[in-house]
Design a protein around this ligand. Structure first.
Ligand SMILES: Cc1cc2nc3c(=O)[nH]c(=O)nc-3n(C[C@H](O)[C@H](O)[C@H](O)COP(=O)(O)OP(=O)(O)OC[C@H]3O[C@@H](n4cnc5c(N)ncnc54)[C@H](O)[C@@H]3O)c2cc1C
Length: 533
């Protein structure tokens, strides 16, 4: 028997447990990278050869998505094929085995990420704004990729010639299916690499969660593990703002700290283990009423004209970074102005001077992280000192960094440069008439956040004067965390009065599930809901 689990176009995803007959112990299954993109750009790479008793499988298969690798049997082999739903059941029922398999799947994905193997190939200059956008999108979704610079890489040059791409159309992306995209949007790229598929318009979920930050993922984990059918939608990537944190040091249970991405990737995988479905990236643009024709469902309208039906909705859409009111800002966004300090940005400004604006904890964390890579960090703060707005441990750490200069009572007064290339930044201090000008190519902005509630306009959900969602809590005969509309709950940073912390968001995500059970039990004629133990 020959086994061949193809990545590209494969509708069926399996985990394979390979087992050879005792009489032929040398029989083995070789697992090779077989994306067609890799075929075009680079030779295929063998990752591992499995022998008797080994198990194959890739993290994407947990969520019924295409695996990032293909498996080839080098000779006849017997294998036990386990479909994704049975694998998830096994992970839950067999705790010890489940832990081993889960750990292996995570480590295998980490290996692919580190090797840049198995994903799409982006061809474009590394400092191009669209290359950074696409790389950032894939990195935040935990998806491997390769980037080839046509100025330095002969393969990239050959591909550009082969596909008749003129330099103005860069970057191009080659997907594992062999499809070529010209400077795609994130949703187009996600569809091409199988990150997101069509949503079943007839499916009625118990709960639709809008936002895959810590609050939304916590709801997904607890709701799915307690038997509810859950769909999580996020317009960008899992992890939300927490995914932007270079090191979270105040989350219970991680005494040495953990990167936001690592914490959130675990939660994302955990939610899928319990069967929560993910639609990322998918933007929700409207929340319809309980449908006129069917009183038992809410309708979410999506930017791609699709719709989602659910018995209850959890608003976990959090907050987004505030932009600076300064001329020409948009000219430099994406290439020189950043709202995120991840390894990608750190690499971009390695050994250079940079400016960072903000006086809160997120600014402090980013400063500490970037100071490790940059030659100098100018930390521009509006207030008179950092202590008023930043945690003590960060203020102390910044004070000990020789390449960080804190400029207080400062405001950016101008940005200079051509489109996409910042060349200099000017700022003023309140007590001084002089303007300082520095030749700086990268500006980081961490100046607070505003609620993501535009999509709720016209929904009838009550907001406060700053746009945060009001929950009536225990009053007005409502469930905890329920909004003025029955069956619609709000959690995390988007909720008026919430504590803007990862732990608080996770706590509210879990708390909302108890309220969901109570709501669904009271309103569902034919309960599908198992009460929590
Ligand atoms: C750089 C940084 C560092 C931080 N460090 C710490 C720290 O060390 N410790 C700590 O406790 N807190 C920290 N925080 C704060 C913490 O990250 C937030 O309090 C927490 O992430 C809030 O979680 P949330 O799930 O409510 O919202 P968010 O994390 O904001 O997630 C909301 C999600 O909803 C999605 N979304 C929004 N609108 C839509 C829509 N219309 N359709 C679909 N999806 C949508 C967004 O894409 C996003 O992924 C930090 C924040 C930042 C920015």
């Amino acid at each position: 028997m020959t086994l061949c689990a193809r990545a590209d176009g494969a509708k069926r995803t399996f985990s394979l447990w390979s087992r050879t007959r005792k009489s032929t112990p040398q029989r083995a299954v070789g697992v090779l990278l077989t994306s067609r993109t890799a075929d075009l750009a680079r030779p295929r790479v063998a990752i591992v050869t499995h022998g008797p008793g080994a198990f194959m499988g890739e993290l994407a298969q947990l969520a019924c998505r295409r695996a990032l690798v293909d498996a080839y049997a080098s000779e006849a082999v017997e294998a036990l094929v386990i479909p994704p739903d049975r694998l998830r059941a096994l992970l839950i029922a067999e705790a010890e085995l489940g832990e081993r398999v889960m750990r292996a799947l995570i480590l295998r994905r980490v290996g692919l990420l580190q090797a840049g193997a198995g994903g799409p190939v982006i061809i474009g200059r590394p400092d191009n704004g669209d290359v950074l956008r696409l790389e950032g999108f894939l990195a935040r979704n935990g998806h491997p990729r390769q980037t080839l610079n046509p100025d330095a890489d002969l393969d990239a040059k050959a591909l550009i010639e082969r596909f008749n791409v003129d330099p103005g159309q860069l970057p191009i992306v080659l997907c594992p299916s062999g499809q070529l995209l010209r400077n795609p949007g994130e949703i187009e790229l996600a569809r091409c690499i199988g990150l997101v598929g069509p949503i079943d318009p007839d499916r009625l979920y118990d709960v639709a969660v809008v936002g895959a930050g810590p609050a939304g993922l916590a709801t997904a984990v607890y709701a799915a593990s307690e038997g509810l059918s859950v769909l999580v939608l996020d317009s960008r990537a899992f992890g939300g703002q927490a995914g932007a944190s270079s090191r979270i040091e105040n989350y219970l249970g991680f005494p040495t700290g953990i990167t936001g991405m690592a914490l959130m990737a675990r939660a994302y995988t955990q939610a899928q283990k319990f069967g929560a479905e993910m639609a990322i990236p998918t933007e929700v643009i409207g929340l319809g009423g309980r449908n006129d024709a069917d009183e038992s469902r809410f309708i979410l309208n999506l930017s791609n004209d699709e719709r989602v039906s659910a018995r209850a909705v959890v608003i976990a859409s959090g907050a987004r970074y505030r932009r600076l009111e300064i001329a020409d800002l948009e000219k430099f966004e994406g290439s020189s102005v950043h709202y995120w300090a991840s390894p990608l940005e750190a690499k971009l400004c390695a050994k250079q001077e940079l400016a960072l604006v903000g006086g809160g904890n997120s600014a402090g964390q980013a400063t500490v992280y970037l100071a490790d890579h940059a030659s100098k960090v100018w930390l521009l703060v509006r207030g008179a000192d950092l202590n008023a707005s930043m945690s003590h441990y960060l203020v102390d750490r910044i004070a000990g960094l020789p390449n960080v200069e804190v400029v207080t009572q400062a405001e950016i007064s101008g940005l200079e440069g051509g489109v996409g290339t910042l060349e200099a930044i000017r700022w003023r201090q309140r007590m001084s008439a002089d303007e300082v000008r520095r030749p700086i190519r990268h500006l980081f902005l961490f100046i607070g956040a505003e609620p993501n509630t535009d999509w709720l306009s016209g929904s009838g959900v009550a907001l406060d004067d700053k746009g945060f969602v009001l929950t009536s809590g225990d009053g007005a005969n409502r469930h905890p965390l329920e909004t003025n509309r029955r069956g619609i709950f709000a959690i995390g940073d988007v909720r008026a009065g919430s504590v803007k912390r990862v732990a608080a968001a996770v706590g509210e995500g879990a708390h909302a599930v108890a309220a969901l059970h109570a709501f669904l039990a009271a309103t569902t004629r034919d309960p599908v809901v198992r009460a929590p133990a």
